[in-house]
Design a protein around this ligand. Structure first.
Ligand code: ADP
Ligand code: GLC
Length: 490
């Protein structure tokens, strides 16, 4: 029997992306299909999404969806070799037709009506899943709503407190990052169209206002997060960001399911973005990519380790510690190519540190998908000093490309990289380097250790081969989600 799932999110590759959430939401339909799950994705109608929607058809109209007119467009999400996947787009021009980024204006300020923009998404999801959309006289319902992050967090609350029809629809909420919670003041509650009983500790109320992620955590039948370690970490005050009590209270309804990577997009033997394609048996071809990368970043060509960073420039990612270790990185013979965008102060600190080391540090500000591929293929090691990392995808891309991850031991980084300590080296299973605590000392020591491994070519190559043979495709995780859905519907 096919299980029908409505996956609701604010981002999905290839239509709109600000981070890993988009990679995951874009990959899920294909990951779930082999397990008898048919996934339809619901996205907000941002200009970029509307522009790339293929063969759109209007299939439903709301005169007032959380206070604004909206219609539902049906199209397809570009899929993999197996074909495209159904896509629904919420076209509400008053909410989404604007310049800027998905959550912020061109100056980087949060949109003041984000509560309404994403309450509408949640309400629409609950209506659609509950059978509001009628095709040839028959309601088109779903068995389950899978809501991603705070932007979709109200969907399970609407399903529970204000369901569209009598049909019972199960729900799962996935926390990709508990640091972003979607909180707004109490005045918005009356505009959500929820009954008074939803203003409760087991409803949407959070610290005297409306908490969207909180609502999802409280109301969904099951909660998942994107790695087993992060699922444990968010039970503590250090990682739970205030929601740890609720996470603990949900007990065994909380699951850690590791993200996968799209093995068609991230395969160095077929990647069209690379100067030289390669596999674990043709690792020497990486040298061509390394030379090309040096040229691209105006770095000296030499045989020392070339470190890369591909990231949002934020405190979460430890990007304030990176400028501090740059002198050390250069001192041990390293070079660095960095691609990132985000916090302007962090950007300035990086440029300042780079200015001290001409030919050794190259910085590219911006977002460039193809360049990120070339960096993974030409860099020797990718640095990921995150303070917290729910899963992290760039270390998985690094493993697949033999660009060894040097990571802080937290969240999904802890779960996916095997530290090259003496025991792991002896056992022949090391895949990268881990360190504890995002501090100068911890990070600098990890760089020293990485450079020492790099200077033993046989050891390094063995680690690269181990890394490239890891299977972080969606195979296991797609099944884990499908099993969870089936258990909830049983
Ligand atoms: P997060 O979602 O917290 O930013 P992830 O590691 O899960 O972290 O996902 C980040 C995704 O965004 C990866 O696909 C990564 O390659 C990509 N990415 C981040 N910054 C850039 C950039 N400046 N240019 C290109 N891709 C980037
Ligand atoms: C979030 C997290 C990141 C995770 C991604 C996809 O952006 O910060 O660790 O990989 O979501 O789940």
């Amino acid at each position: 029997m096919t299980l029908k799932v409505l996956s609701v999110a604010s981002e999905a590759v290839p239509l709109v992306k600000t981070g890993g959430l988009a990679d995951v939401v874009g990959a899920l339909p294909a990951a779930l299909a082999p397990h008898g799950v048919e996934t339809t994705t619901l996205l907000p109608g941002y200009p970029s999404v509307l522009a790339s929607l293929r063969r759109p058809r209007a299939i439903h109209v709301w005169d007032s969806l959380v206070g604004t007119p909206a219609r539902l467009l049906s199209g397809t999400l570009a899929g993999t070799r197996e074909g495209d996947h159904p896509l629904l787009v919420l076209d509400a021009p008053a909410l989404y037709a604007r310049e800027g980024a998905p959550y912020t204006d061109s100056a980087g300020r949060d949109w003041g009506d984000n509560w309404q923009r994403f309450a509408a998404l949640g309400r629409a999801a609950a209506d659609i899943a509950g059978g509001a959309v009628v095709k040839r006289g028959k309601p088109q319902g779903f068995d389950l709503v899978h809501a991603h992050d705070w932007q979709a967090g109200l969907a399970p609350a609407y399903l529970r407190f204000a369901p569209y029809g009598a049909q019972r629809v199960a729900s799962v909420v996935t926390v990709h990052n508990i640091a972003f919670q979607g909180w707004s003041g109490p005045e918005v509650f009356s505009q959500l169209g929820l009954p008074d009983e939803a203003w409760a500790i087991d409803g949407v109320e959070y610290h005297g206002g409306v908490g969207m992620l909180k609502a999802g955590l409280a109301c969904a039948d099951a909660v998942t997060t994107v790695s087993p370690t992060y699922a444990r970490e968010i039970r503590s005050a250090a990682f739970g960001m205030g929601l740890e009590g609720l996470v603990i209270a949900r007990g065994s309804a909380v699951h850690g399911i590791l993200n996968g990577i799209d093995a068609e997009v991230w395969d160095p033997s077929t990647d069209p973005a690379l100067p030289a394609r390669y596999g674990h048996r043709t690792l020497d071809r990486r040298r061509i990519n390394k030379r090309a990368l040096e040229t691209e970043f105006a770095l000296d060509a030499d045989d020392g380790p070339l470190f890369i960073v591909v990231t949002r420039l934020t405190w979460q990612k430890g990007m304030d510690v990176l400028p501090e270790v740059i002198d050390h990185l250069v001192g041990i013979g390293g070079r660095l190519a960095l691609l990132g965008s985000g916090d302007a102060a962090l950007e300035r600190a990086l440029f300042e540190a780079a200015g001290r080391h001409p030919g050794r540090i190259g910085i590219r500000v911006g977002y460039d998908e193809a360049l990120s591929h070339r960096m993974q293929a030409g860099g020797d090691a990718i640095l990921i000093p995150s303070r917290f990392e729910p899963c992290g995808l760039t270390q998985l891309y690094g493993l697949a490309y033999g660009c060894l991850p040097v990571v802080a031991r937290t969240g999904g980084l802890a779960d996916t990289v095997i530290d090259a300590n003496p025991a792991a080296l002896a056992a022949g299973c090391a895949t990268g380097v881990q360190f504890d605590g995002v501090t100068y000392d911890g990070f600098a020591a990890a760089l020293t250790r990485t450079a020492a491994l790099y200077r033993q070519p046989e050891v390094w190559e063995r680690i690269q081969k181990n890394a490239m043979k890891c299977d972080f495709s969606w195979k296991a995780s797609g099944k884990a989600y499908a099993d969870l859905y089936a258990a909830l519907l049983a």
